[in-house]
Design a binder for this molecule. Structure first.
Ligand SMILES: [Zn+2]
Length: 475
């Protein structure tokens, strides 16, 4: 459990739960954190990318798992912080010192330092035991390997399919228990033409250039586009076949717009996402102004990453029959850079030795874990009000934070408290402006689905309450 220092009594009732204690909240954070999956937003309008370009991003995700808590009806009771971006903006400068006190509309407003020790205690409670991790990994690997073999053997279209592990579990920022896995099974494609399907640059329709020599032509529609829907349908069929005789494995029902086939392997949830591995001369034009890692990770690292293929997943939002220039939304693909995210989170230092034995220790991953945990917990408590917020947004805030503060010395583990508070400041600034550009496709705003500023203000209010009361939610 949490060190006492974090459990300071709330000074004022948090939004939507005045003086209310929730029985579920009494359990350890680990118990509830796992119920909300690492998901990304889906914004409910056609042709608009739904966030996470990562496998877990599908809207079906595990949102439904969030257990309703007994919180009171939401009230965006406007405290001074919910008075709108302008007012808060004027405070921003004053809050630059993460743990200092700030003056707010004439009222002293104290941001209480939590202390590194207490935050490290939270992180400790989120750790997955080595044994649990390796047991779950073995189990999932067995199942996925069997599926892979079966698909290769039984389908003439997926001969070249291969495994690409993605997502937070593999990035080592998984919080809570090892009960959720995302695995992308990818099929390489060469000589393809991409047409932008949405104005933001996250969705594409795919067609082959002349004389394609690939069995995937089977999925090409009359208009020449490679049908995401048909390909996923065929893939799903083989996954179901493969798992029919497997003990303890169940395939969950298909969810609309979802690029994953979700399996339940005993208590573990495994999302198997079909992906196209696009071998192309360059990444799509809309990525031109994104991925600004030069000051942080260097020119060479950026260049090397940009030589890697990118991925497309059969994901759509809105109605599958929504149409643009003859292409239906359900046949479009969404771009994914989850492999790059994994790569930069793994080697995240401005110096090569960051976090290696002998090198200095930074707190980038710890900050991300804490932010994800905070968001998870808040979503548990306010599932309806915070349904448009996802941990992919948290990850994106961290990536932008790393670009803004590129040096390892700006993330020293000894300054965890300050760094985490700074990251919360970053997050709040994005919420205030309603702008959180996707890290790779900056024209795509990950807060587009939260254009209703009340939702953003609600989250700001929740975060402010937590940070001003030593994070009672972590208790
Ligand atoms: Zn580090």
């Amino acid at each position: 459990m949490m060190p006492n220092s974090i459990g300071a009594r709330p000074k004022s009732p948090p939004p939507g739960r005045a003086k209310k204690t929730t029985p579920q909240r009494a359990t350890s954070p680990t118990a509830s954190a796992r119920r909300v999956k690492d998901t990304a937003p889906s914004n409910g309008t056609p042709r608009r990318p739904s966030a996470s370009l990562e496998t877990k991003s599908h809207p079906c995700a595990k949102k439904t798992r969030a257990k309703p808590t007994h919180h009171q009806a939401p009230k965006t009771t406007p405290d001074k912080r919910s008075e709108g971006p302008e007012k808060r903006g004027s405070q921003a400068a004053a809050t630059d010192s993460p743990s200092g006190s700030v003056k707010k509309d004439g009222v002293r407003f104290k941001k209480i330092p939590v202390g590194n020790k207490a935050l490290l205690g939270v992180l400790e409670s989120l750790k997955i035991s080595k044994q649990a991790r390796s047991e779950a990994t073995d189990k999932v690997n067995d199942v996925v390997d069997c599926i892979l073999k079966h698909v290769k053997r039984s389908s003439e279209y997926f001969q070249d399919i291969a495994k690409l592990p993605t997502g937070s579990y593999y990035e080592n920022v998984k919080i809570s228990e090892p009960d959720e896995f995302d695995i992308m099974l990818t099929v390489p494609v060469h000589r393809v033409q991409l047409e932008q399907f949405d104005s933001d640059g996250a969705f594409y329709s795919v067609s082959f250039k002349r004389n394609p020599r690939t069995p995937l032509v089977y999925f090409v529609l009359k208009d020449g586009t490679l049908s995401a829907h048909n390909m996923l349908f065929e893939f799903r069929k083989h996954v179901i076949e493969a798992t029919t005789l497997m003990k303890d494995v169940q395939v969950e029902r298909k969810k609309k717009g979802c690029p994953a086939v979700t399996l339940q392997v005993k208590e573990i949830s495994v999302d198997i996402v079909l992906g196209l591995e696009v071998h192309s001369m360059s990444w799509p034009a809309m990525t031109k102004d994104g991925f600004n890692i030069v000051d942080w990770l260097g020119t060479k690292v950026k260049k090397d990453f940009k030589l890697k293929p990118f991925y497309l997943v059969p994901k759509y939002v809105g109605k599958g029959w929504d149409e643009k220039e003859g292409v239906h939304a359900r046949d479009a693909w969404r771009i994914s850079f989850s492999h790059i995210e994994k790569g930069i989170l793994k080697n995240h230092g401005s110096t090569k030795t960051c976090c290696e034995s002998g090198g200095s220790k930074c707190c980038r991953k710890q900050c991300l874990k804490l932010l994800k945990h905070l968001l998870n917990e808040l979503k548990q408590k306010h599932p309806k009000e915070l349904s448009k917020f996802f941990s992919y947004q948290a990850k994106t805030v961290l990536l932008h934070g790393c670009v803004k503060r590129p040096n390892d010395s700006q993330w020293e583990l000894a300054n965890l408290d300050d760094c985490f508070q700074q990251l919360l400041d970053d997050f709040i600034k994005h919420l205030e402006t309603g702008s959180l550009p996707h890290f790779f496709v900056p024209t795509y705003n990950l807060l587009e689905s939260c254009s209703d500023s009340k939702k953003r203000e609600f989250l700001i209010h929740c975060i402010d309450f937590e940070r001003n009361n030593r994070f009672p939610i972590f208790k």
